[in-house]
Design a protein around this ligand. Sequence first.
Ligand code: ATP
Length: 471
Amino acid sequence: MATDSWALAVDEQEAAAESLSNLHLKEEKIKPDANGNLKINVISFKDRAAQSLLNKLIRSNLVDNTNQVEVLQRDPNSPLYSVKSFEELRLKPQLLQGVYAMGFNRPSKIQENALPLMLAEPPQNLIAQSQSGTGKTAAFVLAMLSHVEPANKYPQCLCLSPTYELALQTGKVIEQMGKFYPELKLAYAVRGNKLERGQKISEQIVIGTPGTVLDWCSKLKFIDPKKIKVFVLDEADVMIATQGHQDQSIRIQRMLPRNCQMLLFSATFEDSVWKFAQKVVPDPNVIKLKREEETLDTIKQYYVLCNSRDEKFQALCNLYGAITIAQAMIFCHTRKTASWLAAELSKEGHQVALLSGEMMVEQRAAVIERFREGKEKVLVTTNVCARGIDVEQVSVVINFDLPVDKDGNPDNETYLHRIGRTGRFGKRGLAVNMVDSKHSMNILNRIQEHFNKKIERLDTDDLDEIEKIAN
Ligand SMILES: Nc1ncnc2c1ncn2[C@@H]1O[C@H](COP(=O)(O)OP(=O)(O)OP(=O)(O)O)[C@@H](O)[C@H]1O
């Protein structure tokens, strides 16, 4: 336990140091909160922004969600029905062409509900929440492209993203979808994009990060905020993870005309996001698509009793043949253990991939993509690194270290997220937990009690038992 919390602290310090240098503290003006909590904010911001970017980089398909959508309309007297095809939306022909060129045949669930609201006359405000990958970006990009007047050479649509990288990703979608609309131009309000003082922007759509957009609207006056017709705040949950971004977004919103359409999107909807959303979107329509719940029902859970890290490694080697029938993910508590384990497994001649916090986001995306394609069957990683990344098709999960929170208590949510499956990937799965001390046995028991699901003991020296789990 003492070693564990020490190791965690080391990882956190490393991550914090990295975050600080990555975020260019001075430029982003990140300040400690009233309690001096700079580190935690910065880590969670970086984590969430990186997760979101990673998911975007590796995702090639729409996430299929069978859950019901909850639609709360502002004006119940003007029912707006959802649409089943893009034709029903009466999009401009160039846009319909763009949609089909991207390979979209019909609207996703969130699009089918959000698009009629966003394209209605007069413009309707919207707060929409639906899990990552369900088509939110495509939805608001279509709304912006539909409302813009290409003949007017000034910014009419303004979109805020939490980071430079995420802004570029959304920019790419705008460019792709607007491909058949050559007169339509896009400007990036991101750090490093320096314009001459006194210049006015002629591009009709501006996408950027809150700090730069605020400067462009107020101090530098490159944009006339009074001419903005559509304001989009994307990834609100990532955005609010830094105090600075929240305030800047609100200041920008205050400069916009009253009849400007305000749209806010978020993958999650905790209270803090909802509070922020209500500050930036007056009189909203609200659309929520519930995330599919993960369960442990179809998962066989085991634990292996060991006495040391080396014994855990040996147990893992005994299991190796059985687990590599499918694809496996191995979770370690710290980067150090993950690197050690990946190196030891390689020495044994096993081909494994390592996903580590030291890697750049693009490198991490490349590792996950290779793993997804099946080029490597085993991925060793830490929780910090893999949290929030959708790798549901993995059917074997090994907890080389059990998930614990900062205080050393069981982290049930992470356990469920690592091991649980939703209806989409309802196939059978296998989870093996390595236990190497009284303390970790206690954690395991508490996890077992929490979920009220039995975790059976597995003897990895017994070949029959191993065979049993492989089938
Ligand atoms: N109607 C559609 N038909 C087919 N594919 C689609 C459709 N809409 C979006 N996609 C594709 O699905 C993937 C996810 O879409 P998108 O990025 O818009 O999701 P998102 O909800 O904005 O995700 P995030 O929360 O990460 O921003 C993308 O690869 C996108 O091209």
